[in-house]
Design a protein around this ligand. Structure first.
Ligand SMILES: [Zn+2]
Length: 147
């Protein structure tokens, strides 16, 4: 029998007085180790960690929202002048309902109507999915060629 069990047995049989109850030690919320580390970092002048932008991927920034709001009437006017699709892909419905950006939608080209084409919805999607066709037919210009 182990010393511990022997002692327990002696206590149980009344041969030995039980140990006085130990006061439970309160557990500090911040450990001494952490406190010391924090103190060192404070002394060293570490900057407080700054929260990064709360913008989720795909979420538009306020600036972008403003641009999109400003561009909407321009889209409308453009389509009034060019009611027919200019892309004429094999899936064309001929009725222009949206704008295709031949130079992409970067900030530099977004507002430049020279890079705009009136497009029907199927063509707009077709151009996205058929990069080479779009380039061959002059509906896509960019420095970043895929080929
Ligand atoms: Zn079309």
């Amino acid at each position: 029998m182990s010393a511990y069990l022997e002692k327990r047995r002696a206590i149980m049989l009344g041969l030995q007085a039980p140990d006085p109850k130990k006061e439970p030690k309160p557990i500090p919320k911040i450990s001494e180790k952490k406190k010391a580390k924090d103190a060192v970092e404070k002394k060293a002048g570490y900057p407080t960690p700054v929260k990064k932008s709360s913008l989720r991927p795909g979420q538009r920034s306020e600036k972008m929202k403003g641009i999109m709001a400003a561009i909407k009437p321009l889209y409308k006017n453009f389509l009034k002048e060019k009611p027919y699709c200019e892309i004429r892909s094999p899936v064309c419905t001929s009725e222009a309902t949206c704008i295709h950006h031949t130079a992409g939608r970067g900030m530099n080209h977004l507002m430049d109507t020279n890079t705009w084409e009136a497009s029907c919805d199927p063509c707009n999607k077709y151009v996205e999915g058929n990069d080479q066709w779009a380039r061959d037919n002059g509906h896509k210009y960019s420095k970043h060629k895929k080929s």
